[in-house]
Ligand binder design. Structure first.
Ligand code: GLC
Length: 735
């Protein structure tokens, strides 16, 4: 439809029809049964007559189901404006990939982009138009359960992944294989005080701009069609009604012209925030701040018309928002084809097809991170193996947001290992959580693994009996999927005691132990590592969990994952991240007595596993850093290089990382910042020169004067295998 026709359509709409376009409900409101009236309608208090005007629906899917819904809706919709269908698709739609924090460990945006392309294809043929993804909130605090949904604690990676995901989902907007992306949760949602979900966020303007905004901007710059406002406040103002965030920065500074949608119920939550006196004021504050779509409350539906009729709201705010929604529907081609890519035949052809599953298996092997290996992995296929633990035979390996998946479709660890190792026995040994009261906090769980077996001792004894004749023991333990994700904040980031007890009982059998950890966050793994000969972080690996992990365990694939988020020694260190500031009393270099330096008296400062860390079955040696010049100017570049040698007998992938430190500035600067990554394949005993270019552009930051620019001065450049590297050289920037 031409723009002028859209304007004509807008002008033809009644006030109620306009407001309907700004309301999003879930599919329950469109069920034909009479329970709807006493159920969802009563629950959010929307006027039943307004429901046929609804502009979009969330989390209903399926080509047949959505076509039926669209047909029924259009029948009643006088102006024939099709509904938008949106859904939470974070790490795959039906073919589930590792959770985003696992994807972040690939250090491979192109690989991650392909996961988005596959998710988009499966979703498009299922009739979905928009995904509430990518989630690119900065992840620095392992207590916050939603770190599982984002990619990294580092912005070079987060920005690269944001771009990759948006391009992967949206491509060329082909209706049969792409969907619109909705970047979230704008902004700063990843910094809740105390790591408690939905809690207050306190960030200085500089910290917000330097560390928390770049990944959303990367998504906007990549052409993201929607932005989701976050639940939290910024500077005391909920983002849902924060004009500075939603208009001044997002639209005026960044040039975003798409749709802004609230998070679930967030418009109404302006009242409990203490920002709106009542829902009527909440509606006014949100629409005037630039919040277009009200997700799953009746606030806009019940109050916007009244505000206009009482002369308390200029209708231009509604018209602007409605126009953006109509433009999005037009961009998706819905006026010409309201079903877009929905196609039952295509669903049968593409959903979880072999090609997609094979790729998902490859992604598992590239996102698991080998944290310890005392020459035990890979295992020999003739080994007599016992696999114990709640994840030995569990299908619940897709993570908290895999709401669209048939959990039976996942390959269990046992299923995967059985194809590689003839002599394999399994026993559960322990339940995944000890405390059944946790279930009250789980709003969604799979029945497979949530039986809290009363007979814990019997479970344990069976595992001991199973494992005592094995040569090697694999212990598969971790968090319950619902212990991370939304609302999954934890004050204790260790694995449940009964699983630790299982591990220690296995240790007493004096056999080599390979421990596999399934989790949605970095856990405190010291005790696990101390009782294991090898340790592999598996995240929640998705549909191909068992096959992908088995490929690593038997050595068919050499692991290459690197941690994209720091693993704390214990929860007391949180938030902890590699690119911290030095402080005036750095524990390692301060001249003060140890007592009076920045440190704990009861735990180390250092994390258990640092950002960028990961082992492979190969060994790599680095030469010293060489620079082709020691002085950089704005119009020149420095070439920094190392020679990396594979000193092992095994081909492997090394993830070479370049970090830079600005030694002093008009504001303090991080002790290291990742500025480059190169993944190289080296044959046994092969050596390769790896070269990075350093430009003045890479040295820019938000200075004391709030300008984004560089400052002349002294710098260190590091090239190594992780953020702990001290392999460095010095250079100076002259301006
Ligand atoms: C939730 C989440 C958001 C999700 C939305 C729709 O509350 O915060 O990430 O996309 O609601 O399910």
């Amino acid at each position: 439809m031409e723009q002028k026709e859209l304007i004509k359509l807008l002008n033809s709409l009644s006030l109620d029809e306009k407001i309907g376009q700004l309301v999003q409900l879930n599919g329950n409101f469109f069920d034909s049964n009479e329970k709807v009236a006493t159920g969802p309608i009563a629950k959010i208090g929307i006027d039943k007559e307004k429901i046929p005007l609804t502009g979009s629906i969330l989390n209903t899917m399926g080509a047949k189901e959505l076509k039926k819904l669209q047909d029924k809706y259009l029948e009643k919709n006088e102006k024939k404006i099709p509904m938008l269908f949106m859904a939470d698709i974070l790490n795959g739609f039906k073919t589930i990939f590792p959770i985003p924090l696992g994807l972040g460990c690939s250090f491979d945006p192109e690989l991650v982009k392909k996961t988005a392309q596959i998710a988009a294809k499966e979703a498009a043929v299922s009739g979905i138009h928009v995904t509430f993804s990518p989630m690119v909130d900065m992840a620095r605090d392992a207590r916050w359960g939603r770190v599982m949904e984002t990619y990294s604690e580092d912005n070079l990676l987060n920005c690269a992944y944001a771009k990759a995901m948006v391009e992967g989902y949206q491509g060329d907007h082909d209706p049969d294989s792409t969907i619109s992306a909705c970047v979230k949760h704008y902004a700063g949602y990843g910094a809740p005080i105390a790591g408690r979900d939905y809690n207050t966020v306190e960030l200085s303007e500089r910290t917000l701009r330097e560390f928390y905004l770049p990944s959303y901007k990367a998504a906007v710059d990549a052409g993201c069609d929607l932005v989701m406002a976050s639940f939290n406040t910024i500077d005391g103002i909920p983002v849902t009604a924060n004009e500075r965030l939603l208009k001044e920065i997002l639209r005026d500074e960044w040039g975003f012209d798409g749709v802004v949608i609230s998070d679930h119920s967030a418009v109404k939550e302006l009242v409990p925030h203490g920002f709106a006196k009542d829902e009527k004021e909440a509606a006014k504050l949100a629409i005037e701040a630039g919040l277009d779509i009200d997700m799953m409350t009746a606030t806009y539906s019940n109050y916007l018309a009244k505000l206009v009729e009482e002369g308390k709201l200029d209708i231009k705010y509604i018209d602007e928002a409605v126009m953006r929604v109509l433009e999005l529907k037009n961009k998706l081609g819905l006026f010409e084809n309201p079903y877009r890519g929905g196609n039952e035949e295509a669903e049968k052809k593409y959903i979880m097809c072999d090609e997609f599953r094979e790729f998902a298996r490859e992604v598992v092997t590239k996102t698991c991170v080998l944290l310890k290996n005392d020459s035990i992995l890979p295992l020999n296929k003739n080994n007599k193996i016992a696999i114990v633990g709640p994840y030995a035979t569990s299908k619940d390996v897709c993570g908290m947001w895999s709401i669209n998946v048939d959990s039976d479709s996942a390959v269990t660890l046992y299923d995967g290992l059985k194809k590689k190792f003839e002599n394999l026995v399994a026993s559960k040994g322990a339940t995944v959580i000890d405390d059944s009261s946790l279930f009250e906090s789980f709003n969604r769980y799979t029945p497979i693994d949530n039986v809290i077996d009363d007979n814990k001792e019997e479970l344990l004894q069976k595992a001991i009996d199973t494992a005592k004749d094995a040569e090697i023991i694999i212990v598969a333990i971790g968090e319950h999927p619902q212990q991370s994700g939304e609302g999954g904040s934890r004050g204790d980031i260790t694995i449940a005691p009964s699983q630790i007890k299982l591990l220690k009982e296995m240790r007493k059998l004096n056999k080599p132990i390979v421990t596999l950890v399934f989790s949605g966050r970095p856990l405190a793994l010291n005790e696990v590592a101390n009782n294991s000969d090898a340790l592999l972080q598996c995240w929640f690996p998705g549909t191909e969990a068992g096959d992908g992990i088995a490929d690593i365990i038997c050595g068919d694939v050499n692991p290459s994952g690197r941690l994209s988020m720091t693993f704390p020694h214990s929860v007391g260190q949180c938030p902890i991240y590699y690119n911290e500031f030095s402080t005036g009393r750095p524990a390692k270099t301060s001249k003060h007595s140890r007592r009076f330096t920045s440190r704990y008296i009861d735990i180390p400062n250092e994390p258990t596993y640092c950002f960028g860390y990961g082992l492979t079955y190969s060994e790599f040696k680095y030469s010293e850093v060489e620079l082709d010049k020691q002085v950089l100017t704005p119009d020149s570049k420095i070439k920094a290089s190392v020679v990396v040698e594979n000193t092992s007998e095994r081909q492997g992938v090394e993830t070479v990382q370049l970090y830079i430190r600005d030694l002093f500035g008009s504001v303090v600067r991080p002790v290291k910042e990742l500025k480059g990554v190169q993944k190289i394949i080296l044959q046994p005993h092969e050596a390769k020169k790896v070269e990075f270019e350093i430009s003045e552009e890479m040295l820019k930051f938000i200075r004391k004067d709030m300008h984004f620019d560089s400052e002349a001065g002294d710098f260190e450049v590091f090239i190594g295998k992780d953020s702990n590297t001290e392999n460095k050289a010095n250079f100076e920037l002259k301006k």
